[in-house]
Write a protein that binds this ligand. Structure first.
Ligand code: ATP
Length: 368
């Protein structure tokens, strides 16, 4: 069983400027055997530190880490049965690809026949057979990335750890490698822990995602759950692109009153769910894809029409992003590319309020 357990893990760094700085503030979770889990969050949220603590490259200040059935707190990285793939690949430039792949096993003094068999199997899985005698500089970025993954595969570890492995690749190659990594996970049936700051990468790769902010876990859930039921404003704003719109509102008589004297009629279940907020402020969250131009608003269940002046239009080919203001906030709508809109035009938008979320402005937790 190659599960990974974090039991109340804290990591504090001694920092001259910040004093005792808490990078990870008491994290607890279990990554199940064969699961693909992604740590995601903005720069500095503690995801790399968490990964490095699993690897044993960083020592936690308190708490226990388990890999398989063992507490590994005091084990050296090489004794943890993990393999890590880094952002910069860390290949040996003077060695051939075959030598790069063999290096770790040779160091472990494995028999030659076993090394050849494992290198052969990894290179077949990753499509590296024709490149084994080349040097890393003779490979493309994507191919080098595959060699880095191959070096991890030959070690046959209990757990694979990936630290932003695709961030040095161009956008097209990143998408291709994303698909390859997903397939690889299925084929190897391995436990994978993967760090990225890119929410699209997290959503497409992770079976479950751990969303972190400022050293604190915000939510652990499968991608669709994060998207449909974010636990707070941070997760709601971080997952999804473009980000969810937040509109300040006050609940009055079953309506959400927003800036400029406008009010939104709310679906019955929302009115019921917000009864405790009568007369109080809330934040209404609605994703750009749940706002339509009136001309393309078919089958919107709880539609609410809103006229607003168009500020900016971004044409992305498959869709247009249209920006307009509600009160103090700029709102983004992701609309059909043939939706007619011109800058300055007073346009009617249709909001699907059945998809809206409501947050408590003080705690930022989701109410509904
Ligand atoms: P990024 O995406 O930028 O790599 P991250 O989420 O991986 O960010 P970490 O590298 O885990 O973040 O860092 C978490 C926090 O701990 C940051 O504020 C960072 O400055 C701090 N930190 C990391 N390593 C050290 C260190 N050796 N000494 C002091 N502070 C550190």
């Amino acid at each position: 069983m190659a599960r990974v357990v974090f039991d109340n893990i804290r990591k504090e760094y001694e920092d001259e400027k910040r004093g005792n700085f808490t990078a990870v503030a008491g994290s607890s979770f279990t990554i199940e055997d064969k699961e693909f889990v992604v740590f995601v969050g903005p720069s500095g949220c503690g995801k790399t530190t968490s990964l490095r603590m699993i690897a044993g490259l960083e020592k936690q200040t308190s708490g226990d880490i388990m890999i398989g059935d063992r507490i590994v707190n005091h084990l050296h990285p090489k004794d943890r049965d993990i393999a890590m793939v880094f952002q910069d690949y860390a290949l040996y430039p003077h060695m051939t690809i075959r030598e790069n792949l063999s290096f770790g096993l040779k160091n472990l003094k494995r028999p030659t026949a076993e090394i050849e068999q494992k290198v052969g199997a990894a290179s077949a899985i990753l499509g590296l057979d024709d490149m084994l005698e080349r040097k890393p500089r003779e490979l493309s970025g994507g191919q080098r990335q595959r060699v880095a993954v191959g070096r991890a595969i030959v070690r046959d570890p209990q757990v694979f750890l990936f630290d932003e492995p695709l961030s040095n690749l161009d956008a097209k190659l990143r998408i291709q490698m994303r698909v390859e990594l997903s397939e690889l996970h299925k084929r190897l049936g391995a436990t994978i822990v993967y760090v990225t700051h890119d929410q699209v990468e997290a959503m497409t790769l992770g079976e479950r995602i751990v969303v972190m902010n400022k050293g604190v876990i915000q939510q652990i859930a499968p991608p669709t759950e994060l998207y449909n039921n974010p636990s707070n404003m941070f997760v709601a704003g971080f997952i999804g692109s473009p980000a969810m719109n937040f509109i300040d509102a006050v609940i009055e008589g079953g309506k959400a009153v927003v800036g400029g004297g406008r009010s939104f009629d709310l679906p019955a279940h929302v009115v019921q769910g917000l009864r405790a907020y009568e007369g109080k402020p809330v934040v209404l969250g609605i994703r750009p894809e749940h706002i339509f131009g009136e001309d393309f608003a078919l089958h919107v269940p709880h539609d609410h029409k809103l006229a607003a002046a168009v500020q900016v239009i971004e044409n992305l080919g498959s869709e247009n992003l249209v920006y307009f203001r509600v009160g103090e906030r700029t709102v983004t709508a992701k609309v059909h590319p043939e939706t007619s809109a011109t800058i300055g035009q007073l346009k009617t938008f249709v909001l699907d309020l059945s998809k809206a979320h409501f947050f408590d402005p003080a705690s930022e937790e989701r109410i509904l």
